[in-house]
Design a protein around this ligand. Structure first.
Ligand code: NAD
Length: 370
């Protein structure tokens, strides 16, 4: 039986509650003889600050570097609103992203048929939706220098952000998108604004070249990022994989997210460069939602985003594709059976808690694997 090292960083608020449901699954795969996950647990965010005075300790970072994959819950909460800026809970996540070199952020938007009515769009537009946004995560306008606000001689202020991309940064994110598409419906839509931005011109050129040289079997289309936003709410099912830069990806992935209903449903993966010697990538999997202090400790949180993040780890870090498919099917079946946490329950229906959903997913896996 294959064995993998998994670092669990449950974090704050509802993080530990939703992570507990993933731990049930980890046990299930071991008992079934499918894969042994050697898990270690550590602190991140406010809980790490309370214990060590910083949002992630060096020891936890070393564990993250050594792990085959990191599963991250959520960080933050009112208790830590006043801690020094460099030690705020999010600093733990940013350090992980930076030091693990996680340049590719994958956010699927899947609309389960049972939840199509929870979307703000019409059922026929979103039912069966399954797209993925690949966002460049470590470059672009959020990091480019100069980045400053200066006071001019006339007393006015001038703010500058710099959008900056190099060939290498575009090539590696394009490859992630093309590789993904090959395992899906074989289509990549590359979104930029080449009509008004030099980075868009280069982005378009490099994606086109990588496509021609290495991925000519994949369908490629170029779309202006503003049009992509419009198309996402007009006819989202036309897409398969959308690849885009950090800024546009931030916005387009939030648009795509809301097509599916609730924050409690959305998983994500952040991947680093492939190690040429081992073929492995550093990877961190996390739900898109935060620590939800308003419901923390009450057993009400929806664990599906966290469970879906684990399914992504099965698929992208461990190559357990059939197992990932089965876990996603189990989630869909649980939803189809009518079980819902409060965030996705229709008004007037009875909602269940975090544990009931986790238990139901395990029971459904038992049924599917029988
Ligand atoms: P949030 O995602 O924590 O919550 C927004 C709303 O969605 C809340 O009403 C919450 O109850 C609900 N919600 C979120 N996840 C849910 C789930 N799994 N099940 C049911 N309901 C869910 O965002 P926020 O309220 O803006 O932020 C709360 C804290 O989380 C802040 O400290 C913020 O900085 C932090 N945060 C952390 C991350 C992260 O760890 N990656 C991301 C976003 C926000």
């Amino acid at each position: 039986m294959a064995s993998y090292n998994l670092l669990l960083l449950p974090g704050d608020g509802i993080g530990p509650e939703v992570m507990a449901e993933v731990e049930k699954l980890v046990g299930w795969y071991g008992r079934r003889g499918i894969a042994r996950f050697e898990t270690e647990k550590d602190l991140v965010g406010g809980s790490a600050y309370d214990a060590h005075g910083k949002a992630i300790s060096d020891a936890a970072m070393a564990r993250a570097q050594a792990a085959d994959a990191v599963l991250f819950g959520a960080v933050g909460g009112p208790k830590w609103d006043k801690v020094p800026y460099e030690h705020r809970p999010e600093a733990g996540l940013l350090r992980l992203r930076k030091e693990l070199g996680l340049f590719a952020n994958l956010r699927p938007a899947i609309c389960y048929p049972a939840l199509a009515d929870a979307s703000s769009l019409k059922r026929e537009l979103v039912e069966g939706l399954d797209i993925i946004i690949v966002r460049e995560l470590t470059g672009g306008v959020y990091f480019g220098e100069p980045k400053e606000i200066v006071t001019l001689e006339n007393g006015e202020k001038r703010a500058v952000d710099t959008q900056l991309y190099t060939t290498h940064e575009i090539e590696r994110i394009a490859r992630v998108a093309f590789e993904l598409a090959r395992k899906r419906r074989n289509k990549v839509s590359s979104a930029e604004k080449r009509n008004v931005m030099k980075t868009g011109v280069l982005w378009n050129e490099v994606v086109t070249r990588v496509h021609g040289a290495e991925y000519a079997d994949v369908e490629l289309e170029h779309v202006l990022a503003d049009n992509c936003g419009m198309q996402l709410v007009r006819n989202p099912k036309q897409y398969d994989v959308i690849v885009t830069d950090n800024l546009f990806g931030d916005i387009l992935s939030d648009v795509a997210a809301m097509l599916t209903g609730s924050l409690g449903m959305l998983p994500s993966a952040s991947l680093g460069a492939e190690d040429p010697a081992t073929g492995k990538r550093k990877a961190l999997y996390e739900p898109v939602h935060g620590s939800a202090p308003d419901i923390a400790g009450k057993g009400l949180a929806n664990p599906i985003a966290m469970i879906g993040s684990f399914a992504m780890a099965l698929r992208y870090s461990f190559g357990l594709v059939a197992e990932a498919d089965m876990l996603e099917k189990a989630i869909a079946n649980v939803l189809a059976s009518g079980l819902r946490t409060k965030d996705i329950a229709a008004a007037g229906t009875n909602a269940v808690g975090t544990r009931e959903i986790g238990d139901a997913v395990v029971a459904e896996l038992d049924r599917l694997a029988a």
